[in-house]
Design a protein around this ligand. Sequence first.
Ligand code: MG
Length: 321
Amino acid sequence: MKRRDFVTTSAVASVAAWCGTRRVAAAGQAGEASGMPKLASPEKPAELNLCLQWWAIPGESIAEKLDFLEANGFAAVEIPSGDWPMKNADAMIEAMRGRKLFLATACGPSDFSYADPAKREAEVQKFLPVLEALGRMKSVGLILCPARGKLSEPGHLSGKELRKDFVENTGKRLAEHAAKHGTAIVLEPLRRNETPFLRQVADGARMAADIGRGATVMGDFWHMGLEETSFMGAFICAGKLLSHVHIAGLKERIIPGVHPEADQYVDGFKGLKLIGYRGAVSFEGGWPKNPADSKKEIPQEEKTRLIRNMVKLLREQWAMA
Ligand code: MG
């Protein structure tokens, strides 16, 4: 067995061991007979719905940005969190009318690990109106990171204590509010240097399942590159609970395609195809350094070229998966 085959076989086997989901464990007889899990075919085939975060889209006005997305093969848009959804909901609803784009997620900082219940409550209250605005805009959901910082920082909950509070209190209440307004919370696993708490997609999926209605999970290729043993396995673990994907270069957290030898997403895309994923795959990362002047950003024409290059690369890899 070649190493690559072994890695793939191990990844799928370990998925069965970790997930224990019906999707994998209810494997067909053929799969059970051979000792390998067999996945049920998705009801609808997966789609590659490419997406950009707001800051990365060329253009000044909302309409200009959405025009760029449509003209360049994107299917979705990701907006900022904070006050942005409340301030721009009406304009966005109007600007999205008649377009083929869908509104993916809103992304911004969050932290529900404060030991002081009043601070946790303030965080919940801060996001309730955001969820209402996202619901009005028919957004997929609000990205939340349950905890930031280092393990056992003074003044912060961690481990079981934090999980219990998030699943039964803060996260649960936000998920219920989201569901009531037709949207969801989207749990984002991060890297170990960024969070002491949620680092793997399978863990986030379990948490979302425990929270119940209104809770989903996402995978960010950049964080997953450090934290997961298999992109495919991680996505299979999330299954139907996967509602969003972030993507960046795997060598540097910049737009995919600058280091094409490192930017290999086929394994992850196979996982997305296996689960029938139809959400957004959204670029979250920076730009390469400006070779002419390291203090200045690269020119907009170069950014636009790199965006088009990314679209081509991701489409090619999706076709290979
Ligand atoms: Mg991310």
